[in-house]
Design a protein around this ligand. Structure first.
Ligand code: ATP
Length: 153
């Protein structure tokens, strides 16, 4: 067996409402081009060696880079979330993956500029996220994040 470590983001933005009601919160989700699951953007830490100093990427650097590459969105990190873990099998080898997600606020960027790793990228309503996500572990981190969004925006 081996271990893998990835980092990513649960990114939110406030869309001003058309009427005088409260602003609508939108959450960034993406559909993976290979396994077709709906997920939050993430990727392997250290995947990109260009930190400038020859050292390994930090979790935060990897999370910001992966969100931008996979969705076209530039985020600002608000806080770390409880890490997600899952097992999968690749070429007969068991892999335990840990994903360090960060709560992020949208800064800029355009979801039409995402790379090929994701086949679809969408901003969806807060209330749509639970049923859109494919994996149980992502649903769990989302449950926690949803509560935090009520106090942290
Ligand atoms: P990364 O984005 O971290 O570089 P990747 O795109 O190579 O990774 P994963 O998204 O980890 O690969 O997918 C590897 C396998 O794990 C796939 O079979 C996928 O269906 C499964 N998988 C992905 N996310 C989860 C999850 N949250 N819980 C359980 N299984 C998952």
């Amino acid at each position: 067996m081996r271990f893998e470590f990835s980092a990513g983001g649960i990114v939110y933005k406030k869309n001003p409402s058309a009427s005088s009601g409260p602003a609508k919160i939108k959450i960034l989700v993406a559909q993976h081009s290979q396994h077709h699951g709906w997920v939050f953007p993430k990727g392997l830490i250290g995947d990109n060696p260009s930190t400038g100093s020859g050292r390994r990427e930090t979790k935060k650097e990897a999370a910001l880079r992966e969100v931008e590459e996979e969705t076209g969105v530039i985020g600002k990190i608000i806080k770390p979330l409880v890490p997600v873990t899952y097992w999968y099998v690749f070429e007969k080898e068991k892999i335990k993956k840990t994903v360090y997600y960060f709560l992020m606020k949208y800064v800029s960027g355009d979801i039409s500029k995402h790379d090929m790793e994701m086949e679809n990228v969408e901003w969806i309503d807060l209330s749509e996220v639970e049923k859109k996500l494919t994996y149980k572990s992502d649903k769990q981190v989302w449950q926690e994040t949803k509560k935090q969004l009520a106090t942290n925006r």
